[in-house]
Design a protein around this ligand. Sequence first.
Ligand code: FES
Length: 67
Amino acid sequence: MKIKAAENGPYLIEVNEAKLIKNGSEQVLTQKTIALCRCGQSSNKPFCDGSHKKCEFKGEVVEIEIK
Ligand code: FES
């Protein structure tokens, strides 16, 4: 699994498939890349909704690979 913190943006997680359970409701995610909010401003947490651009969030690029 690879996790990347995008420059001034969300955490990007590369997966084949993931199951999200949020507040008791289950959702299967089939995207190859899931963007999780890092700025705290998304109205669709835990996902990024692009709000980081409006709040001018600043964050470094970080890449992590988990084997
Ligand atoms: S990182 Fe995109 S909305 Fe927070």
